[in-house]
Design a protein around this ligand. Structure first.
Ligand code: MEV
Length: 327
């Protein structure tokens, strides 16, 4: 018998990249979840499988043996899961052999935080299997460690939202504050289906900031202003203002060099079809964009994004962070 845990994916509404440098960002958990199943083995090896990536492998002490897919890719992609498991085993205080399998309804490397959702779900599943009472803070801390292996210098926004759920105002120095957003935010998500690396895009922004510190400083200030205005607009369900602010945010992200022609195509199509605002979400460089549209325009915005080559889906915000599905 195993334990199954799940954690939600996320959408960054405002503030990606700027959040790495201490600016505030607004992020919401969505009803697309990643599932992790953990069960004990009779030996001490660690067997990891990612159903979506079609990768599997076994870690035994320092050795790695691939069981499905390309050996290098399997090791690389399974490493953060291994790290999360090891952190829980450290708390447990003794070595236990495990099978851990992850599956997901979240597109991978698309800006929706799939890797953080995997880490949070794995941490919770293994913790519950070993009867360790992990708090949400513990799950966050461990998934953040795993995230550092994947992304280098992440802000922590992805593991925070996958762990705690809801709609959060996130800032690296002050942590996060839940935003009391009552109404749904009618968003269409468009996936360019171009995979990209968050690590590479974060490094690109760092480089831009080093080369043009004074310019980027003003962009950071502008972003902060956008986020502060967006908090009120979200609370008051002022979609028109939210849309304007999304367009302004996209202009800054474009300026930083993290948009992509495929993203621009989908964003322009959405705006032409009547979206109130549209922007990339997550690290950019491909991955997903989001468009805000009044309910009666959602259909036509979605069709326009598809005609421009995007794969669309809608998602609702959820308050549910990481949770045990089956113990
Ligand atoms: C990735 O979802 C968001 C970035 O701001 C990186 C981070 O905050 O860790 C691009």
């Amino acid at each position: 018998m195993g334990v199954v845990a799940s954690a939600p994916a996320k959408i960054i509404l405002f503030g990606e990249h700027f959040v790495v440098y201490g600016e505030p960002a607004i992020v919401l958990a969505i009803d697309k979840r990643t599932y992790a199943k953990a069960e004990k083995r009779h030996d001490e090896s660690l067997h990891l499988r990612s159903k979506n990536l079609n990768l599997a492998g076994c870690f035994e002490k320092e050795n790695f043996k691939v069981e499905q897919g390309d050996a290098r890719e399997a090791r690389l992609k399974l490493e953060p899961i291994k790290l999360a498991v090891e952190k829980v085993l450290e708390i447990h205080g003794e070595s236990v052999g495990l099978n851990v399998e992850v599956s997901s309804t979240v597109p991978v490397a698309a800006g929706l935080g799939s890797s953080a959702a995997v880490a949070a779900a794995v941490t919770a599943a293994v913790g519950a299997l070993l009867s360790e009472k992990l708090s949400k803070e513990d799950v966050f801390r461990i998934s953040y460690e795993a995230e550092k292996v994947v992304h280098g210098t992440p802000s922590g926004i992805d593991p925070a939202i996958s762990t705690f759920g809801g709609t959060l105002l996130f800032q690296t120095d002050t942590g996060f504050k839940p935003l009391n957003v009552k109404n749904d935010v009618p968003l269409v998500i468009g996936d360019t289906c171009i995979e990209r690396s968050t690590r590479v895009l974060v490094a690109k922004v760092r480089n831009m900031r080093e080369r043009y510190p004074h310019v980027v400083k003003f962009m950071m200030r502008a972003e902060r202003e956008i986020v502060l205005r967006a908090i009120d607009a979200l609370k008051g369900s002022d979609l028109q203002t939210l849309g304007d602010l999304m367009n302004l945010n996209q202009a800054l992200l474009y300026g930083l060099g993290v948009s992509h022609e495929s993203l621009e195509r989908l964003i322009n199509a959405a705006r032409k079809a009547g979206a109130l605002g549209a922007k990339l979400t997550g690290a950019g460089g491909g991955g997903c964009m989001i468009a805000l549209a009044e309910n009666e325009k959602v259909e036509q915005v979605s069709e326009a994004i598809q005609r421009a080559g995007g794969r669309t889906f809608t998602a609702k915000k959820t308050d549910e962070g990481v949770r045990i599905e089956q113990a």
